[in-house]
Design a protein around this ligand. Structure first.
Ligand code: BEZ
Ligand code: FE
Length: 311
């Protein structure tokens, strides 16, 4: 029984305006079938997808077995997804799609801090911590002081900017990957910069780590002769009223994977310096850091949009 909302079947003439489906005209025939789509943007996106997909299939002369293997791969990619595992985002990451979307949407220029991939391990509602606190709750790893300022494009401080910070532990795992092993909210924190836009907190020197590679995406990487490693980094989302927030990382210098990040997230402007701390560390609990990472974030003023005028 046709559903009540299904579009009325087109006449033969309407449904085959450019002839029956052949290998030669395949994309055109599929795209023509979307002529009545009321959503222009959807039509544009799906048409481009069909055009490029058909061109790729023709270019490689995909076999039936290869097509079945691709369907099986996508099926397994979906099946391994759960509340805490998003294999499709991982797939997008290792194919460079996530960073391409980021590049197209966050090309701010003007010397402001560049963005990079969010990754799957950000959690909402990280605990608020006081400036100087440590985000390392298990005391494992080499202590480091992280400090800097949040400023506008002209270098003027942005008071009370918020910094959402997270990183992997010394073994290369995020707390959410090792529930029950790591303390909850280990190596996460939300900091508010002071009146002069300054922030400082304690952490551990991050290490390079492997992205989850025990699933279909990991199998794909191995089949492609690729490694699953990301260079050592600390994640940040930095936000302030009236400014565009930035989702980014700071990378550790000298990491062996800086030039071959499995998810293509490295930008030269995001490689920090790590040096010995030559003055006493600011007060704080735990072992005093002997090393420091200094990093300033520059945010761009938010642009008004017609739909959302700024006050
Ligand atoms: C991360 O840096 O946390 C990450 C990013 C992309 C894929 C996997 C992990
Ligand atoms: Fe990460």
């Amino acid at each position: 029984m046709p559903s009540q909302t299904a579009p009325r079947p087109a006449s033969a003439a309407e449904s085959t305006p450019i002839g029956y489906f052949t290998a030669a005209n395949s994309a055109d025939v599929v795209i023509a079938r979307m002529e009545g789509c009321p959503n222009d943007r959807l039509k544009t996106i799906v048409s481009a997808l069909v055009r490029h997909l058909h061109a790729a299939i023709k270019e490689v002369e995909l076999t039936t077995e290869e097509w079945a293997a691709a369907i099986d791969f996508l099926t397994r990619t979906g099946q391994i997804c759960s509340d805490w595992r998003q294999e499709f985002i991982l797939l997008s990451d290792v194919l460079g799609a996530s960073m391409l979307v980021d590049a197209i949407n966050h090309d701010k220029g003007g010397g402001t801090t560049e963005s990079t991939v969010l990754g799957p391990f950000h959690v909402e509602n990280a605990p608020r911590r006081a400036l100087g606190d440590s985000i390392c709750l298990d005391g494992i790893g080499e202590p480091v002081l992280v400090r800097g300022r949040v400023t506008d494009e002209a270098g003027r401080p942005i008071p009370h900017a918020l910094l959402d910070v997270w990183q992997a532990n010394g073994d290369g795992f995020y707390d959410v990957q090792q529930q029950g092993l790591q303390p909850e909210m280990n190596l996460r924190g939300l900091f508010e910069a002071d009146d002069e836009g300054r922030f400082w907190f304690r952490s551990i020197v991050p290490q390079y780590y492997a992205i989850p590679h025990d699933g279909p995406v990991g199998q794909l990487l191995i089949a492609l002769g690729r490694h699953p490693y990301r260079p050592a980094h600390i994640h940040f989302i930095v936000a302030a009223d009236g400014y565009e927030p930035v989702t980014t990382h700071i990378f550790m210098p000298g990491d062996p994977y800086l030039e071959s990040d499995a998810v293509f997230g490295v930008k030269e402007s995001l490689i920090a310096t790590l040096r010995d701390l030559d003055e006493p560390a600011p007060a704080g609990a735990g072992e005093a850091p002997k090393r420091v990472v200094e990093w300033d974030f520059r945010l761009m003023r938010r642009r008004a949009t017609p739909a959302e005028p700024l006050s």
